[in-house]
Design a binder for this molecule. Structure first.
Ligand SMILES: Cc1ncc(COP(=O)(O)O)c(C=O)c1O
Ligand SMILES: N[C@@H](CCOP(=O)(O)O)C(=O)O
Length: 466
């Protein structure tokens, strides 16, 4: 499998290169040159497989000849062996035709573990093979950071620097990152919002001298392997509910558009999906786009679903690439318009045939949905999941197609909102019970690229050994 950049000007890479490279050198994102295809029989054959084995089958075509089948199967078994539920990503039922896909049984209690537990092992395998070291630089609105730190802590070949917006993640999320004291882990609280953090990470990749000196690599969904790993659960959920012989719909709490883009990828690979709903909080650039055709930045508003407090959705560029007929020059122009004009628009009719639908959920409705879900289905959900549930309810077209809402985080990561909605304080699992007593380590830096870069240069071990 070969990978091309959405802006059409960077070298074509193989899987190994794409995992270690992160952002393309022309500022674009890598996508597969073609979508591997799963026939209906291939999909039916997934029924009854363990999650790890289904992942090995579905993802193998993306690897080309970079990793053997045996090695990769061993990796998926190891990655998903860390989950606290035997089904890894179980489905629970909320109503006659409504389901939750519980993506929060990994070590850091959010869906990011599904991809990052695997990515940590991919780094080991690929770097070990080449005897290389990398400096990971990532941005988080709360969940990617802890999942990436958990996957990379203590690894000799990796230093990891995670930027989070100061004061704009939940206390549990912050402590999950800052209480990891391994010497290769560096937390930076940036005095800005998530979009500022993500823009800095992209700027560091676009500084070719900096990225080459530090061998910068990505754990955000910039990295194709992140999106790739998330494709699997769309297949396994659909198969559990009668797919591929019965189309299934998904409602996906969205911010950076990575998770829902993985659903789109599954559909491009042959999975029959009825509707793919993009569910946003008040930071609703994505739902505005799918309902009006206009993609226009607004300022980021803090919400009770902070991981989705994003206005510039990184992976949207990957969808745009397909929408623009895979014309890199056109994508480059639209992304330049986003920078200079603050947005761009496409004819709404061009979205008529796409499987996406979209909706927004405000703060009051998020709280009400958490409360109502507990009352109706005895299930405590986190605020991000509640956004998905609300949009599943309001934007659904066909009551008969099973609707699966992605439950992207454990309620205990957002205790204040859950308690406000229900009066119930969700407890952390045993392995995190002492989280609030653990020592924290982080630095706070101004929202200035040079300040962040110089902190990384001072602390990256790769520069000491060169
Ligand atoms: C709990 C939670 N839900 C939803 C999202 C949104 O996912 P994506 O950024 O892939 O759209 C995030 C952040 O990525 C998250 O942490
Ligand atoms: N919500 C995310 C934001 C980063 O998204 P990513 O999927 O590109 O890593 C987070 O929790 O950090």
């Amino acid at each position: 499998m070969r990978y091309v950049s959405t802006r059409g000007e960077a070298p074509v890479l193989n899987f190994e290169e794409v995992v270690l490279t992160g952002l393309a050198r022309d500022g674009g994102l890598y996508v597969p040159e073609t979508w591997p295809q799963m026939s209906k029989d291939d999909i039916r054959a997934l029924a009854g497989m363990s999650y790890a084995d289904a992942a090995a089958v579905i993802l193998q075509p993306f690897l080309g000849d970079c990793i053997s089948k045996e090695d990769f199967r061993e990796m998926t078994r190891k990655a998903y062996g860390t989950f606290a539920h035997k089904a890894v990503v179980p489905l629970s039922q909320l109503g006659p035709n409504d389901f939750l896909m519980e993506l929060y049984h990994g070590p850091t209690l959010a869906f990011k573990d599904v991809a990052l537990q695997l990515l940590g092992l991919l780094y080991d395998h690929l770097l070990g093979k080449q005897g290389k070291k990398v400096t990971i630089v990532g941005a988080t609105s709360g969940d990617t950071g802890s999942a990436a730190i958990e996957a990379c802590r203590g690894r000799d070949a990796v230093d990891i620097f995670i930027l989070h917006p100061a004061g704009r993640v939940s206390e549990v999320q912050r402590r999950q990152m800052t209480t990891v004291l391994d010497s290769n882990v560096h937390n930076i609280a940036v005095e800005g919002d998530f979009d500022d953090c993500q823009a800095m990470v992209k700027a560091m990749f676009n500084d070719h001298d900096f990225r080459d000196r530090l061998a910068v690599s990505a754990v955000n969904s910039i990295n194709w392997a992140r999106v790739m790993a998330q494709i699997v659960y769309y297949f396994t959920a659909a198969v559990s509910l009668g797919g591929p012989d019965r189309p299934v719909s998904f409602s996906v709490p969205s911010g950076n558009f990575g998770d829902v883009y993985a659903g789109y990828a599954a559909s491009r690979m042959g999975l029959p999906i009825d509707q793919l709903l993009v569910a946003t909080n008040r930071n609703d650039i994505l739902s505005r786009f799918f309902n009006t055709g206009e993609y226009r930045k607004a300022s980021v508003e803090p919400t009770i679903s902070p991981s989705m407090d994003i206005q510039v959705s990184s992976n949207f560029e990957r969808f745009l690439f397909d929408l623009e007929g895979r014309e890199g020059a056109q994508v480059k122009q639209l992304m330049a318009d986003l920078d200079t004009e603050g947005g761009f628009a496409v004819e709404l009719s061009r979205l008529n045939d796409c499987i996406f639908g979209a909706g927004m959920c405000d703060e009051k409705t998020t709280l009400e949905t958490i409360r109502q879900t507990l009352k109706d289905s005895a299930k405590l959900v986190d605020p991000h999941t509640a956004v998905g549930l609300h949009v599943a309810d309001t934007a659904r077209k066909d009551e008969k197609a099973p609707m699966v809402t992605l439950s992207t985080a454990h309620p205990a990561k957002f205790p204040a909102a859950v308690k406000e909605a229900t009066g119930v304080h969700p407890d952390l699992p045993d392995h995190m019970a002492d989280l609030f007593e653990r020592e924290e380590r982080m630095v706070t830096l101004p929202n200035e690229l040079e300040a962040v870069k110089s902190h990384i240069v001072k602390n990256a071990r790769i520069l000491e050994t060169n």
